[in-house]
Design a protein around this ligand. Structure first.
Ligand code: NI
Ligand code: MN
Length: 227
């Protein structure tokens, strides 16, 4: 599996011949100005919740690629009402087997409203178990919460993608506890540095994880990691 970071909380995975994109927020992100959204491939676009900083480029990329939008029922229905009907609705606790692997939509503690004020359902995260490939958890925007302790019962994680920027989500200290709850030693940090409220000290963050025997990867925008 190849993991590529596109800035903020946006990333893609490539598994087999499938491309899966998460939470695209690229065109308004000054830090991601070198990323061309029209060159991004996607068979699926997974959206954790309805906030602008997670969905702003979703429709463009979905249309470019005839991709399936996977999210909660309300968000998929909202895209349907806008004329983009290629979606797969889920809700918390539910799992579905796609052609690239199994996806479980799990709880997140956050909020979710769509850009025009429409109800965005409840925010979530995803556990992805790719066919003959890595298994990972993307928490979405969330606080640390006790339901994360259920995750090891469902999946043995090769890595996890956690928000670490604080203010709107978990910060570094809570993300470290989350890494313990989910029993995962390799965390890829997201949702930091994009705005003033969420700027972090990279070296301090990595050292805090290392002190607990865990690895924190903070990728450059456009950078990839192979699992
Ligand atoms: Ni959010
Ligand atoms: Mn966000």
């Amino acid at each position: 599996m190849r993991f590529t970071f596109y800035g903020h909380a946006c990333f893609a995975i490539e598994t087999g011949d499938k491309h899966i994109l998460f939470d695209p927020f690229i065109t308004p992100n000054e830090l991601a100005k070198d990323i061309d959204v029209n060159s991004i491939k996607a068979d699926y676009v997974l959206l954790s919740h309805g906030h602008d900083d997670h969905i702003v480029d979703a429709l463009t990329i979905a249309k470019n690629n005839d991709a399936t939008i996977v999210s909660n029922f309300e968000i998929v229905s909202w895209y349907g009402s806008k004329g983009y009907t290629k979606g797969h609705p889920m809700n918390h606790g539910g799992q579905w087997t796609f052609d690239f692997g199994k996806v479980k939509y799990v709880n997140a503690v956050h909020s979710s409203v769509l850009p025009d004020g429409s109800y965005g359902g409840n925010p979530g995260g995803f556990i992805v178990d790719a066919v003959d490939d890595a298994t990972f958890y993307y928490a979405g925007d969330t606080a640390l919460h006790m339901d994360m302790k259920l995750i090891p019962m469902w999946a043995k994680l090769d890595f996890a993608v956690l928000p670490i920027g604080d203010n709107f989500t978990m910060g570094i200290e809570d993300a470290l506890v989350a890494a313990e709850f989910i029993e995962c030693d390799h965390i890829i940090g997201v949702h930091y540095d994009t705005f003033g409220y969420i700027k972090i000290d990279h070296e301090k963050a990595k050292a805090a994880f290392a002190a607990k025997g865990k690895k924190l990867s903070l990728l450059g925008i456009g950078e990839s990691l192979d699992f």
